[in-house]
Design a protein around this ligand. Structure first.
Ligand SMILES: [Zn+2]
Length: 225
């Protein structure tokens, strides 16, 4: 809901967002959310197993992220996963409730978890370094503890994969063609890019959360109309 103080430009933005969300996968042409790769990810990237779509999959913040302890777990891996989640904080911090809360659980207790990380072998993942599946209202992210040569992955490498997979869990079900983006298939990006942030914001803007400009910053607000 908007009161009378909302500037005309913002109202115009809402109009364009609502119009865009009417399509199966919304495209957002508004300059406020550029750069993004919403349009390019609508065409499947070669080698990608993900059917491209955007969704406000985790519209209830804060998130409870659980890292399951396991045989393959280590403190260094936990730190890497934590950093990967925090890398998305810019993209989610203005969502009501604000961002992800990470909790490490050293048992099978995933009660109340929105996102669960677990470590496994590469064979279990069919050769992938990471794999994300939706489970009810939550997501399960499986990360391989081993590289293709059978060696333990470095914490830095794990962080990049975890960052990419967390982007899927948050609602970007597609890939960027730009290797500088966390959501590219290159696994080269060391941080969440502005295009990653904007693409996630585009996903959330049409699904119960709206975006408006306050003091020069784009903020999420509850409600879409
Ligand atoms: Zn992916």
């Amino acid at each position: 809901m908007f009161d009378g103080s909302v500037p005309l430009a913002v109202k115009f933005l809402f109009g364009s967002l609502l119009a865009a969300s009417a399509s199966a996968v919304s495209t957002n042409d508004d300059d406020a959310l550029k750069p993004n790769y919403v349009s390019s990810m609508l065409s499947p990237v070669e080698g990608s197993s993900v059917k491209p779509r955007l969704c406000a999959a985790r519209a209830k913040f804060p998130l409870r992220v659980v890292v399951l302890n396991s045989f393959y777990f280590s403190d260094a891996y936990y730190s890497a996963i934590k950093q990967a989640c925090e890398a998305w904080s810019e993209a989610t911090k203005n969502v009501p409730g604000g961002g992800a809360t990470l909790t490490c659980v050293d048992s099978d207790d995933v009660k109340g978890a929105d996102v669960v990380f677990l470590m496994c072998t590469r064979e279990t993942l069919g050769g992938f370094s990471g794999f994300t599946t939706e489970l009810g209202a939550g997501a399960v992210i499986r990360l391989s503890a081993f590289d293709p040569d059978g060696h333990r992955v470095t914490a830095q490498s794990l962080k990049r994969v975890a960052m990419h997979e967390f982007g899927h869990a948050l609602g970007i079900w597609g890939h960027s063609p730009d290797p500088n983006d966390a959501m590219s298939l290159s696994e080269k990006a060391a941080k969440v890019s502005q295009a990653d942030v904007n693409t996630l914001r585009a996903a959330y803007s049409g699904h119960g959360l709206s975006i408006q400009q306050k003091s020069g910053a784009w903020m999420f607000v509850q409600g879409s109309k």
